[in-house]
Design a protein. Structure first.
Length: 317
């Protein structure tokens, strides 16, 4: 049994972790049931929605823990609200209770996510360093090679690599599309965004986590395709270029890193359909997002203590 500062800290982690897992379960259900709706959004709006899925659990968990543990809030909160959110014995923590299991589970998930993504970061940096030492590799220029590829790599200083073999196979308009596409990845620091999103998505169950990562990678490619199309080539030319590169790069060895952004590595059919769509994608539903966030936050705030006592009652019988 711990009493005092350490107990308050562990209770804080327990409250935040409990709310985090609850939000993750709710959002997993929402993610799986809104797939057809997300397809109708623009690439930018889909990215905002996906970022919402991985950020909302953190925002709600930290908000609820702050409100429940904030002693100064008692003076301004109504009595009925305090009755629902008041946490009894906040300065006492039983190490041999089910509270410890929740804290350990969240700590283990955090530790694994940090270790895996630190290793992924170091491996990517090492592979990129080895790549840059090869003859013919220069920053933001064509790479002399018989292999066909176009990709962007590097987290904090992303670099664009396009092989001369690929450029020789493309027309001037197609080369412009490829260059603009990779330039979009570089300017937006997409490899870094991909790594950051992957870390946040790691706190979901593997099936959901992998689907989140795949959809976010696709959205990065869709947004880069849009940037290339705005340059004057149009969606039809972008779609045909994607198909052509997919055919040319078949059975070609590529720079293997999940953090790099390849021109033709993500769901070609979805990218082609997106460029050939008859209607523009819908914008981010801000009002719906605000309502959903408020409802989720309110439900967590008003039920966190009730949930705690309900589980306590189960374990005490």
């Amino acid at each position: 049994m711990l009493v005092g500062g350490y107990a308050i800290t562990l209770n804080s982690v327990f409250i935040a972790a409990s709310v985090f897992f609850y939000c993750s379960l709710i959002l997993t259900f929402v993610f799986r049931t809104t797939e057809q709706w997300r397809v109708k959004l623009s690439a930018g709006a889909r990215q905002w929605v996906l970022w919402s899925f991985v950020l909302i659990p953190w925002l709600v968990a930290l908000s609820v823990a702050s409100v429940v543990l904030m002693p100064d809030s008692a003076a301004v909160m109504p009595s009925w609200f305090l009755a629902l959110t008041h946490w009894h014995h906040i300065n006492v923590f039983n190490l041999y209770s089910w509270h410890s299991a929740i804290v350990l589970l969240f700590s283990a998930a955090s530790f694994l996510a940090i270790v895996r993504h630190t290793h992924q970061f170091l491996k990517h940096r090492s592979a990129l360093g080895a790549l840059l030492t090869l003859d013919g590799f220069t920053k933001n220029s064509s790479v002399g090679s018989t292999v066909i590829y176009a990709f962007t790599a590097g987290l904090f200083r992303p670099k664009v690599f396009i092989s001369s073999a690929l450029q020789a196979q493309l027309s001037a308009a197609e080369n412009d599309i490829v260059c603009r596409h990779e330039l979009a990845h570089q300017q937006r620091f997409d490899p870094l965004r991909k790594w950051s999103f992957s870390f946040l998505a790691a706190f979901y169950l593997p099936f959901t986590s992998n689907r989140l990562r795949r959809e976010f990678s696709l959205c990065l490619e869709l947004a880069a395709d849009d940037y290339a199309a705005v340059g004057g080539s149009g969606g039809t030319t972008v779609a045909s270029t994607v198909i052509k590169l997919c055919r040319l790069s078949r059975n070609q060895q590529q720079f293997s890193s999940p953090l790099s952004c390849h021109f033709y590595a993500s769901e070609i059919e979805a990218r082609v359909h997106y460029q050939l769509r008859s209607e523009p994608g819908r914008s981010f539903p801000l009002s719906l997002f605000v309502v959903f966030l408020c409802v989720l936050l309110a439900s967590c705030l008003l039920s966190v203590d009730s949930y705690h006592h309900a589980v306590e009652a189960i374990f005490s019988h």
